[in-house]
Write a protein that binds this ligand. Structure first.
Ligand code: ASP
Length: 325
């Protein structure tokens, strides 16, 4: 991954002074608090513009290549909608079996191909580190939309924006992450992000799905308060944000192991009686059965609103890396 500006393509004059212009977005570790404040401000403006006019021409003439080697509903369609709402266009490759990948083309060659036609590439791939490999190969900005069990930085940014919009700030919050913390890449990115805001983190998971020790060690070195639990009750009462995750069936070495841990935690209206009246419940989605539909109408259920915040954050990120924010 290069964090320097990539080879410029500047049809409308020099935009190189814009922060994040030409940069890759691969890991949440690239972001400082001031970067986050900036993203929240731009995302907020995007929200206002979408509410006011729907679509506008900030990225007219720009093309996004949306390259998905793994299933996606929200990430792929929100990047697509983000680009289109900004007046740009999208090349969508989500069925890689119909592309030259099926003929054995390597990831770097696929990326080098797409950048001949597009100005920015969004990639989701099952292998850890794949987005960084793609970014190394590309002259155009690459955005990581999930690299296996690694990271999902744009999800963490939209999660943080959700918290910011729903609770007013991110400072000093108690955040409880529950479910598959081992294979769930969204919590890997979000815990790192929250370490910038003096968060108190609770990790609730079965033994087999604990938060990776290297992430715990990384945050410990920053002085973050982290506690692991096998049950939710010890943490729920003081939780401001309950971040629920799906058990990542597709990442398990065997179906038996998956069967032994699936359904370990189910959040429902009864369980949420033990939480504060202003606790928000988030989920990167899709959910399987870890949040019961009987909780969906509770105002604390923020997971559907979270998807909409994702549109504004992804609009902001595209505008930023293309030098228009
Ligand atoms: N959509 C999220 C991801 O791609 C969460 C999930 O799949 O459970 O990581």
């Amino acid at each position: 991954m290069r964090t320097t500006v990539k080879s410029p393509h500047l049809p409308f004059g020099d935009q190189r002074t814009a922060p994040w212009y030409g940069k890759d977005i691969i890991s949440i570790k690239q972001f400082s608090r001031s970067d986050l404040e900036y993203i929240f401000a731009v995302a907020h403006e995007m929200r206002v513009m979408v509410e006011r006019v729907g679509t506008f021409d900030l990225l007219k003439g720009k093309i996004l290549a949306n390259l998905f080697y793994e299933p996606s509903t929200r990430t792929s369609s929100s990047f697509l909608a983000a680009m289109e709402r900004l007046g740009g266009n999208v090349i969508s490759i989500s069925e890689v079996r119909y592309s030259s990948v099926a003929k054995g083309e390597s990831l770097p060659d696929t990326v080098r191909t797409l950048e001949c036609y597009a100005d920015v590439i969004v990639i989701r791939h099952p292998e850890l580190g794949s987005a960084a490999i793609a970014a190394q190969a590309a002259r155009k900005p690459v955005i990581n939309a999930g690299d296996g069990v690694g990271e999902h930085p744009t999800q963490a940014l939209l999660d943080a924006f959700t918290i910011h919009e729903e609770l007013g700030n991110l400072e000093n919050l108690t955040v409880t992450m529950v479910g598959d913390l081992k294979y769930g890449r969204t919590v890997h990115s979000l815990s790192r992000l929250l370490s910038l805001y003096n968060a108190k983190l609770h990790y609730v998971s079965p033994e087999a799905l604990r938060m990776p020790p290297e992430i715990i060690a990384e945050l410990e070195a920053k002085g973050v308060s982290q506690t692991e639990h096998r049950t939710l009750d010890k943490a729920l009462w003081e939780t401001d944000v309950l971040y629920v995750t799906r058990v990542q069936r597709e990442r398990f070495p065997s179906e038996d192991v998956y069967e032994s841990v699936k359904g370990a935690y189910v959040i429902n209206a009864e369980v949420m009686k033990g939480a504060k009246p202003r606790t928000i419940v988030m989920h990167p989605l899709p959910r399987v059965n870890e949040i019961s539909v009987d909780f969906d109408d509770d105002p604390r259920a923020a997971y559907f609103r979270q998807m909409e915040y994702g549109l504004y954050v992804r609009m902001a990120l595209l505008a930023m890396v293309l030098g228009k924010a």
